[in-house]
Design a protein around this ligand. Sequence first.
Ligand SMILES: [Zn+2]
Length: 326
Amino acid sequence: MSKEQQPANQRSLVYYCECFSNIKVYKSQKKGDALNKPILLVSIIDLITQGVITDNRITISNELIDTFKKYWEVLASSTFKGSDFALPFFHLKNEQGKFWHLKYTSEYDGGRPQTIPKLKEDVDYAHLDNELFTSIQDEISRQILIDTLVSAWLPSEDNTIEGFLNINQKFEDVPLDIDKTIDSCNLDANPRWRIRKAVIRNAFFRKAIVNIYDYKCVFCGLKVTKSITQNIVDGAHIKPFSQFYDSRIHNGIALCKNHHWAFDRGWFAVDEQYKIIVSNNLEEASPHTKPMKDFHGETILLPNTEQLFPELEALQWHRENIFQSR
Ligand SMILES: [Zn+2]
């Protein structure tokens, strides 16, 4: 059965992975593949992960355009133009898999909008197949879709380390332990591709964690945001990424910069009742905020749904291997 014939309600994750791997892109000998469509899809998945897009109605918002630009600067070879965004937003509807639909305005005259203002004039919003939208909201399916896009489309032949650092800087608030990441990824036949995949997975992990905890530090409750891309809280791995490569939600908690640093060094841990245990022998002066040791015995902030709670096994591993009780 060809893709067009498959009824929308029978489409599966595998179907969408196939769609994502077979997107039609403009190929140029000089500049390589035009990655507009994959970048647009990554940007949309990014905003769904962050809780910025919450229903299946994808408007031409500043957040989407800014996110697209950010990925464009990292992944594409030319400087950004309005048409780089407008054309894929419009043309994704023609993909063989038919997972992207447009709702036109009454102004639409049948042309193909090449600028962002014209696109806004012609199109109210886009929507995905409901099955696809639901898959993106699910953590596991989302990771599979991101991996598919990354392995199918991310450039793999440019200068390794420089490209890696560039991506890392743009996507991460906290620098990864780069040497360890590279070591851990070198096992594969295609290390560059593995590194990129790991970095992108990590970026999504951090965004998902921060969103689940509503941008608050689980230890002290601090929340300071300036925009969707700037906030003071990190998505932190409980069991270190460099050892376990585990970027599932259950291996994450949100922490402010101070408490992230302290957690990674074992200055505090979390017990099986989700209560904070602070290391003895911390010398603290904290004239304006509550000292760390006063948090001892308090329950960490937890997500609204129990399904998303940090895994007790991971917290136990951290207590046994990282925590400095004295
Ligand atoms: Zn904190």
